[in-house]
Every structure is written in C-alpha cells, then in structure tokens.
Design a protein. Structure first.
Ligand code: OGA
Ligand code: NI
Length: 377
C-alpha cells in the first residue's frame, strides 16, 4: 500500500501518480479491513485514507476537545411507566427538538447484554484474518456480512473503521447466517432492544402530542439493521477520520459505545464530545423522524474521530420502516394552517437511494432539504 512521503500537505486522494480506484481495489481484496493494515504494522496512514483538509481542519483527535461546557442530555427512564411518565416524555421532547441526540439510562437493557454485544463485535474484528475473510462481502442481500467502508468505491477518502452488519429487516434473521462467535450475544441484545424500541416508540409518539400507539401503528420503526463498528488504533489520527460527519437516514438510531470515546455531535455550530456514560444507550433522531415530525425533531450531524490510543467499538441499531416502499410524509395530525407540511412524501427506499447517491455520509450535507415541498416544485 502506497503511503505519503510527508504529512500536512493539502491532499485530496487524486493526483497524477495516484490511482485511487486501484488502491481501493487492492485494499478491498485483502478482505482484512483497516484492522488488517494495523496488524501488518503500518506506521503511516495510507493515502487511500487521507482526508481532504476540509474534513480535517477542526479535528483534535488526541485531546478531549475544547471545554464547551455542553453535554448531550441524559434521559433517565426510571418510572416511565407510571410516576415519571410525563417527565420522561417532556425530557425526550426537549432533547429531540434541541439536540436530536441523547443518552438514555435506566432503559431496561441489562448491562450484561450490552457488554456481551460489544465484546462479540470486538472479538469478531480481533480474530485472525483467516477466520474473518469468508464473511467479507459487499452483497446487500446477505443478512450478516463483514466489510470495511461500505462506500469505499464512491467516497473521496476511506475511513478508519471496519464493520459487521446484521440485517433484521426482512423477517427474522436466521441464526445460522451469523458467525457462532456473535450468535448468542446479538440475539440476546436484539431481544432487549426490541422492547426498548417499543417503549421509545410510545414515548416519542406522546412527545409529538399523538396517541402512544401512533408511531407503532405506522410501522416506521418496525425493522432493525445493526452495524458493529470497530475503529482500530490509528498511527496518524490527524490525517483521517473514523466516521465522517453525517446524519442518519433512519427514524431512530440506538447506539452502544465502549468506554473510549471518539464520538462527536454537532450542536450550536460546535463539535461536542459525547462522553461515555456507564450503562447508557445513546439515541439519535434520524432524517426520517425529522421528516414525519415536520421539523419538530432534529436529526443532527455526528462523526467519530480516529484515535491513537485504543480501539473504539460501537453498535448502531438503525430503526427503519417495516415496509421500505411505503411512503411517509409529515404526520397529518401535526399540521394546520400555521404549520404546513415542510416535506413531501417519500418511501425509505427512494430516500435512501438519493441519500447514498448524493453522498450523505460522504460529505455530511443532509439530503433532507432536497425533499422540502418548496424544492420539489
Ligand atoms: C453510524 C454512526 C457512530 C459510532 O453508524 O451511523 O454514527 O459511534 N456510528 O460508531
Ligand atoms: Ni450515524
């Protein structure tokens, strides 16, 4: 793998002597991911992974970032079924309107199930290459697969992470399709997440001022897809990034992270570090929730820094519609003459197609504005 002779140059992954497509193909064919590069002892970030300066200028990967005094809200679900329901609904509403991102505690998912899931993801990625290779695939039809950089052949620069993917979206995931190493922990975690999802669906319905069954009835979060990310240690974290700034296409994302940090959320024009809170599950409003809530709830940008010190492990569970072809638009009950629909109706399939082709996740620009009523005329 070709590396750069020196750092700090204004690099964009192109140039007369650089064949990016060839490097990407060679990297992909190793089927060993970024972890494989690190295991082979790379001391420099290969050029394929070096980001243009516009993505790098405001990173501070080895510090805890500027002390902004701001923290992602923590929502305590204790008592949400009875005595504290109204408080929890209010807290969720405020957090969804302002931050679009929150940490949930006392959510009912046992710590053992969370730790087991994170450990399974870590173990998968830290296996010898020979054990992982057979699972490496870019075939979307596979219910379980392992890959590095889903957008490797489209992005300007690759990111410093590998992923395993569990697709619970079309019916039940066959346990046989999942490597033995992850099987028990992922099904155990999924079972608990399903319960939490139902509770959050009711609470968020109420936070929108709707009947508690509303979001459940429209099946907007019926499917789950999970990404088990592994961010290996990085020799030059100032030249690359773990996950580029993006907002999620989902309705809601539930995110587990290990204790090493690296996640940042965009709030009031600043990048805010999300400090790991023991036992917490993070949640963030996705683009589709912003759309159906007619901009009441905000889907915000986030990113993950590459780090020199320790690997980061995370599990993102994307909650998506049961029927990908079904159209969703702003919820009628939320609209009146003072609050006309901001967005037109669109199916998740069509939205996601546009999301991928226009490069959200690559450039960070939200694609939601494209579906605004005024833009569609
Ligand atoms: C994602 C994401 C953050 C993380 O998968 O969409 O934002 O911590 N992940 O891995
Ligand atoms: Ni995300």
């Amino acid at each position: 793998m070709q590396t750069l002779p020196s750092h700090g140059e204004p690099i964009t992954g192109s140039g007369p002597h650089y064949d990016r497509a060839k490097e990407a193909k060679e990297f992909d064919e190793t089927k060993a991911g970024v972890k494989g590069l690190v295991d082979s002892g790379v001391a420099k970030v290969p050029r394929l992974f070096i980001h243009p300066l516009e993505n790098l200028h405001d990173l501070s990967p080895d510090t805890d970032g500027p002390a902004t005094g701001l923290e992602v809200p923590i929502i305590d679900m204790m008592g949400y079924r009875d005595s504290r329901r109204r408080d929890v609904v209010n807290d969720l509403c405020r957090a969804s309107e302002t931050w679009g991102f929150f940490q949930i505690i006392n959510h009912g998912v046992p710590v053992d199930a969370m730790d087991g899931m994170l450990e399974a993801v870590k173990k998968f990625h830290e296996q010898p290459e020979g054990m992982k290779r057979e699972w490496y695939s870019r075939d979307d039809a596979k219910k379980f697969r392992y890959y590095s950089n889903g957008d490797l052949f489209r992005s300007k620069a690759a990111t410093w992470k590998d992923t395993i993917w569990f697709d619970f979206s079309r019916g039940v995931l066959d346990p046989e399709a999942v490597p033995l190493l992850c099987r028990e922990p992922v099904f155990e975690y999924e079972r608990h997440i399903e319960k939490l999802k139902i509770s959050l669906s009711e609470l968020l319905s109420e936070a929108l001022g709707l009947d508690s069954d509303y979001l459940g009835d429209i099946e907007c979060m019926k499917s789950k897809r999970m990404a088990g990310h592994y961010y290996p240690i990085c020799p030059e974290p100032e030249l690359t990034i773990g996950t580029i700034n993006h907002s999620d296409a989902s309705f809601l994302t539930l995110l587990l992270q290990n204790h090493h940090g690296g996640l940042q959320v965009r709030h009031q024009n600043q990048w805010i570090d999300v400090s790991p809170v023991p036992g917490a599950i993070l949640a963030n409003i996705g683009n589709f929730m912003q759309l159906v809530s007619n901009d009441k709830f905000k889907s915000v940008e986030h990113r993950v820094l590459a780090r020199r010190a320790r690997p980061r492990v995370s599990v993102a569970c994307f909650l998506l519609p049961g029927e990908m072809q079904k159209s969703y638009g702003p919820i009628k009950e939320l609209l009146d003459e003072n609050n006309p629909p901001v967005y037109r109706e669109i199916s998740f399939t069509d939205y996601f197609g546009y999301y991928l082709s226009s490069g959200n996740g690559l450039s960070g620009e939200s694609v939601l504005p494209h579906f605004r009523v005024s833009e569609s005329k």
